[in-house]
Every structure is written in C-alpha cells, then in structure tokens.
Design a protein around this ligand. Sequence first.
Ligand SMILES: [Zn+2]
Length: 370
Amino acid sequence: MAFPVTRLRRLRRTDQLRNLVRETRLTPEAFVYPMFVCPGEGVRKEVRSMPGVFNLSVDEAVKEAQEVHSLGIPSVILFGLPDRKDEVATGAWADDGIVQQAARAMKRGVPDLILMGDVCLCEYMSHGHCGIVKAASTPKSLGAAARDAMNTARVVAVRNREEKKKAIEALATVVTRAAQVEFEIDNDASLELLARTSVSLTRAGIDIIAPSDMMDGRVAAIRAALDEANFINTPILSYAAKFASGFYGPFREAADSAPQFGDRRSYQMDGANLREAMREIELDIEEGADMIMVKPAMPYLDVIAAARDRFDLPLAAYQVSGEYAMIEAAARNGWIEHDRVMMEALLSIRRAGASIILTYHAKAAARLLA
Ligand SMILES: [Zn+2]
C-alpha cells in the first residue's frame, strides 16, 4: 500500500509515538568504560588528546570505578602504564604489575563491577610492539655496508658546497639502509607471555580476559593456560577483528604505547578486508573465545553487522580513542552538538549489531540515559 494510504510520518509526529516504535535502544548496561591505571598516589592526569579521560593511580581508579558503577555501567576494561618497560613485558605478567594492583583494589572497593583485563604486551615493551621482537636479518658489518653503499651510490662531480652536502647526505642514507636490521614480531614466542599475563590478571581478580594483540593462536594458548591454572570459568572476550587504524592515535598517548619503529600492520588487520575479518572471528571462536569484538567501531560498522549476522556469540565493539577525540574536538569548537552526536554514534554501533560497547563516552552517555 503506497501513498496516500501509507504515510510513514504518522508514527513520527510526537515524541511519545517515536519512542513507541523505536527499534534500537541504548542502555548503560551495554557499556564498558576503558580506564588507564598508572603508578603513584592521588594521580589524575588528563590525556591531552582525550579531554575527560585520565591516567589514574590505583586509589583514584577505585574512586572512578565507584562512580562508573553508580551510573549503572556494569564493567570497566583496564589498561596499564607501568613504571618500567623492558623486552619481555615484565609489567604485563608480574604479580605486582600495575593492572594487577588496580584489579585487587577495585575488587575490594567495587565488588560488583565486572573487571575486564586488556591482554597485550605493547604497553609493557620498551619497543611498544604487541609481541616479542626478533631480528629477521643479521645486520651487515659497517665495512660491508659501506662497500655496498659505494657500489650503489652514483658517482657525481661535485661543483659547490651545496652539491657536496647533498652527495654526503645521499651516501649516508645508503649506508644506513644497508646496515639496518629488519625486525619481525615473533608470533609463537609471544603466546607464552600472553598466556602468562592472562593467568596473572585472573589471579589478581580480573573477571574477563580480553586479548588485543592479534597474534595467531592466542585464544587457544590463553584458554589452555587458564584451564591449567584452574580458571575454567574465566571467559575470554577476544579482540577478534582488530584493524590497523589511524583512529588509535590518542590511545597511544593515553597508554604510552606507540611503537618505537615500524607499525602494526603485520599483525593487525588490513582495513580493506571484510571476509578476512570473518575468518579471524571464526578462528577465535574455534579456539574457545566466549565473546568477540570488532575494533574500531564506526569506520567498521559493516564488519559489526556482518559478524552479527554470521555468529551467535555476544558481540562487542570498541569505539576507539580517535572516534572519541573527533567528537570532543568538534564539539569544543562549537561545530557539532556534543550530546546529540555522541548518542547518535553509540546508537549506530548498537544498530549495527553490537550488544556490548566499549566507549570513553560511557559515563556521559549513562548520565543522559538516566
Ligand atoms: Zn598491543
């Protein structure tokens, strides 16, 4: 039946009618609030590129967790800023690691809050990568590098200072390139550390283990280690389809986890690949994931929708730091209406099919929904 019998505007006439026929609803129960825990006492340091988000010492984190809980948000996910970093991510799996300390204190202070533990190594590695780094090629001796450079460099007649400077610079570049070591992230060696981290976090009181490293086989390795340690009831929420994304920028400041060299494209997913995302998710489910996640959220709503369509596990989406920062920045400039855009963004993620939303907007959104 078409117009004029059918008029879709009939059900849009009033607030009450619109509310009655609304297909998607947001509730604070869907939110998980990410928190960054740092050493010290009384520390509450705002992240420059994420206004309203703080690095918190354990005591402040407990206070924040109480506030989160009082707003009806059921869960937080913890990230740590260790006081020291090394080549084996000791801070990730040590008994007195910063997240372990926070988990113990939060379990005492806010026992009903579900604690998720992000499992990754980048925040604890001196090089900032999510796994163990090994050399993929042996460095050449400086002499060999220089010989190669001489062979590669073009012989040019130098007529003035400017040209001489240029020639020297070109030669230096060739020598550096020849002497450089290529690195790779050692997948299988990293699994042991991820498993060890998961057991340590669970022992400290973390309720849900959430691996975000994107190493192949990590879910199975973590499941086996948890079961071995008798934590058979600890669920795994796997960051199953995590894309290499420019939207993570502000997080790297918040968690001080930017890679010191290279990037994460050899382990995080290519943003162009939807079918591969389905394979990633499928494999994580086979390995024993209890819940799955797509990250980031808004640039990958189609991936969320496809995952919802195809898999029956609880589905989470991570609205990442860059998504948050864009909304905050534009609103601060008076270019968009903060609350309206925030809720519209969250609603889009929910509508795409995510039932759990990890978001820095959790507190502000929960206040609006109250
Ligand atoms: Zn990482």
